[in-house]
Design a protein around this ligand. Structure first.
Ligand code: C2O
Ligand code: CU
Length: 553
C-alpha cells in the first residue's frame, strides 16, 4: 500500500494540513419551508489562509434537509451571489420545472420558490447548482448539501438514525488551493475535504454507525475502505435501501453517487481507524488513477486517508445488530418495456480537456434529444465508447440496473439508482419508469457527472409528453446516418424527415457551411474546401433539429 497524504514530504503548502480538524457536521433542518440563502463568503480552511467560498446558509456547503416521503416540500432559495445560479435536487422524482437544472436561472437578488411532493423512498440525496457550463465552478466553490428522505418503512427498521451521533453525512471532495488561498477549479485537487473539513477527524461511538457516503468531487472517483481492512455493510444505494445488507471491504463511489453503509465499531472504544481512498486500486481509465496523459495530481494512483475515526464510548441505546432484511426492491416489469434507447459516451480527451459527447452529440439547450411518453417503461443501454470512465446520471427519478457487461449487477447496484459508473468499454442496461410528470416545457437532463465533462457538453436532455394530447410526431434521436465517417471530400446524410437546412459548425461554434434544402431526406454535401477536423453537422427540419459530430480527414 502506498500511503501518502498528510506527511510533510508533500508540497510545502500542505504542511499546515497536518493539524487534525474536527469534522464539520452540516446543520440538520427538518421543517415545512426551507429558506436557503446562497452567498459568497471568506472562510479559513487553514488558520490564516483566506479562501473565497460559496455556501448555503453558511460559509461552505449547506444544511442537510430532511424531507418526508408523501408530504410536500417547500423551498425558497435566495441568491445573494453576484452571479446567477440555480439548484438541482439530485435524485428526486419531481417535475422538470422543480428540478432546478438548466435552463432554470436564479438571478442575483432573486428568490426561487419551489414546492413539490416528496415521492422518493427513504434514502440519501443531495442538492447542488446546475448552471450550464458553470456547474463545476459553483460546486467547487462550495455549493452542495445533503437531502435525507425519511419514510415509515425505513423508520421501522432497527437502524442508526441519530444525526451526527450514530448517523453521519460524509461528502468527500478534493480541492486545490491557489497560493492566494482561493480554490482553483479543475478536475483534481490535492487536498481532501470531508464535509468541507480538511484533514478531518470524527468521534464515533463503539457500536454500529451509519455513514451516508457521497462523492461530491469534480472528477475524482474514490475507492473507499478502511486502513485496517475492516469490512462494512452497504445498506442503501442512490435512491433507496437494498434488499439486505451487502458485506464489502471496498466501495468504489463515483461522482454524484451515494451509498449508505453500516460500520460496526462495537468493542473498539479507544481505538481509531482511517477511512481511506485506495486510489492505487482504481483501473487506469478511472479519474483518480495514475494516468500519465492526464492532468497530474499528487493524489492520483495512490492510497490516501480521507477521514480519521476515533472510537468513543457507546451511547446509552446503541444499535448492536445489523438487520438481515431491509426492504423488498421491486423492479419495473420487463414485459412493460415499450422502447430501448442506446446511449453511448463518445468523444476523446483527458479529464481536463477534450471533446465529451453522448451519441456523438454535444449539449444544446435548444435541442430536445429524446421524447418519452408519460407512463412508459423504458430500457436504456449505456455504453462507454471512450478510453476513460464516465458516470451516467439521469434526472427525473430512479432506475434499476438490469445488467452490467452481460452479467447481473453486483449486489450493491441492485437498489434504486440515479448514477451509474461506466468504465471504458462497459455496457450497462437499466430499466426506468417515466411516471407522474408531463414535462415538455422544462426538460430533464442526462449527463456524465464528472463535472468537467458535464460542463464540457457531455449532456443531453429529454422531455416527457402525454401520449393522449401530444400531437407532433415523437422524434427519435437515432434517425440520422452520415457516411462515410470520417469523410474526405463529401459526405451523405440520410434521415427520416424533410430537411430544410444543412449546417456545419466548427468546434468554436462558427458556421462554416450553410446550405438550404428542399425537404429531401437524403443528400450529398460537398465539403472539399474545409480544413481537416471535427465539425457539428446540424440538420434542420420543420419541427426539429438533429445534430452530430462529423470528422473531415
Ligand atoms: Cu447531480 Cu444533473 O446532476
Ligand atoms: Cu465523463
Amino acid at each position: 500500500m502506498r500511503l501518502i497524504g498528510m506527511s510533510g514530504l508533500l508540497l510545502p503548502a500542505l504542511a499546515f494540513t497536518q493539524v487534525l480538524q474536527p469534522l464539520a457536521i452540516p446543520p440538520l433542518l427538518d421543517m415545512d419551508t426551507f429558506d436557503l440563502v446562497v452567498d459568497d463568503h471568506v472562510h479559513q480552511f487553514f488558520p490564516g489562509v483566506n479562501t473565497t467560498t460559496y455556501g448555503v446558509n453558511g460559509v461552505v456547503l449547506g444544511p442537510t434537509l430532511v424531507l418526508h416521503s408523501g408530504s410536500m416540500a417547500h423551498i425558497r432559495l435566495h441568491n445573494e451571489l453576484p452571479v446567477w445560479t440555480n439548484m438541482h435536487w439530485h435524485g428526486l422524482h419531481i417535475s422538470g420545472e422543480a428540478d432546478g437544472a438548466p435552463p432554470r436561472q436564479i438571478n442575483p437578488g432573486e428568490t426561487w420558490a419551489v414546492d413539490f411532493p416528496v415521492m422518493n423512498a427513504a434514502a440519501t440525496f443531495w442538492y447542488h447548482p446546475h448552471p450550464h457550463m458553470m456547474t463545476m465552478d459553483h460546486v467547487n466553490k462550495g455549493l452542495a448539501g445533503f437531502i435525507i428522505v425519511r419514510d415509515d418503512a425505513e423508520a421501522a427498521l432497527q437502524l442508526p438514525r441519530t444525526y451526527g451521533v450514530d448517523d453521519f453525512p460524509i461528502v468527500v471532495q478534493d480541492r486545490n488551493f491557489l497560493p492566494s488561498g482561493d480554490f482553483a477549479s479543475g478536475p483534481y485537487g490535492d487536498t481532501v475535504l470531508v464535509n468541507g473539513t480538511p484533514n478531518a477527524y470524527v468521534e464515533m461511538p463503539a457500536q454500529i454507525v451509519r455513514l451516508r457516503l457521497l462523492n461530491g468531487s469534480n472528477a475524482r472517483i474514490f475507492r473507499l475502505g478502511f486502513d485496517d481492512g475492516h469490512a462494512f455493510h452497504v445498506i442503501g444505494s442512490d435512491g433507496g435501501l437494498l434488499n439486505g445488507p451487502v458485506e464489502v471491504d471496498r466501495m468504489t463511489v463515483s461522482n454524484g453517487e451515494r451509498y449508505e453503509v453500516l460500520l460496526d465499531l462495537s468493542g473498539m472504544e479507544g481505538d481509531s481507524l482511517l477511512l481511506m481512498s485506495f486510489g492505487s486500486e482504481l483501473t487506469p481509465t478511472m479519474p483518480g488513477a495514475f494516468n500519465p496523459t492526464w492532468e497530474p495530481s499528487i493524489l492520483n494512483g495512490v492510497d490516501f486517508p480521507v477521514l480519521r475515526i476515533r472510537v468513543t464510548a457507546p451511547t446509552t441505546e446503541p444499535v448492536t445488530t445489523i438487520p438481515n432484511t431491509l426492504t423488498h426492491v421491486e423492479l419495473p416489469d420487463l414485459a412493460d418495456v415499450s422502447r430501448t434507447r442506446w446511449k453511448s459516451f463518445s468523444g476523446f480527451g483527458t479529464p481536463g480537456s477534450g471533446m465529451f459527447m453522448i451519441n456523438d452529440l454535444m449539449f444544446d439547450l435548444d435541442v430536445i434529444n429524446d421524447t418519452v411518453l408519460l407512463g412508459a417503461t423504458e430500457r436504456w443501454v449505456v455504453e462507454n465508447a471512450t478510453d476513460m470512465a464516465h458516470v451516467f446520471h439521469i434526472h427525473g427519478g430512479s432506475f434499476y440496473v438490469l445488467q452490467r457487461n452481460g452479467q447481473p449487477p453486483p449486489e450493491w447496484e441492485r437498489g434504486a439508482k440515479d448514477v451509474i459508473m461506466t468504465d471504458m468499454a462497459d455496457n450497462v442496461e437499466f430499466i426506468m419508469e417515466f411516471n407522474d410528470y408531463v414535462s415538455d416545457g422544462w426538460p430533464y437532463m442526462y449527463h456524465c457527472h464528472n463535472l468537467v465533462h458535464e460542463d464540457g457538453m457531455m449532456m443531453l436532455q429529454y422531455i416527457v409528453v402525454d401520449p393522449n394530447t401530444h400531437v407532433a410526431p415523437v422524434p427519435d434521436d437515432e434517425t440520422m446516418t452520415v457516411f462515410p465517417s470520417p469523410f474526405t471530400s463529401s459526405f451523405t446524410f440520410q434521415t427520416d424527415f424533410a430537411v430544410r437546412e444543412v449546417r456545419l459548425n466548427d468546434m468554436l461554434g462558427r458556421t462554416v457551411l450553410r446550405q438550404p434544402m428542399d425537404g429531401r431526406t437524403r443528400g450529398v454535401i460537398d465539403a472539399l474546401t474545409l480544413p481537416a477536423g471535427p465539425y457539428v453537422l446540424r440538420l434542420k427540419g420543420d419541427d426539429r433539429t438533429v445534430q452530430r459530430v462529423v470528422v473531415r480527414e
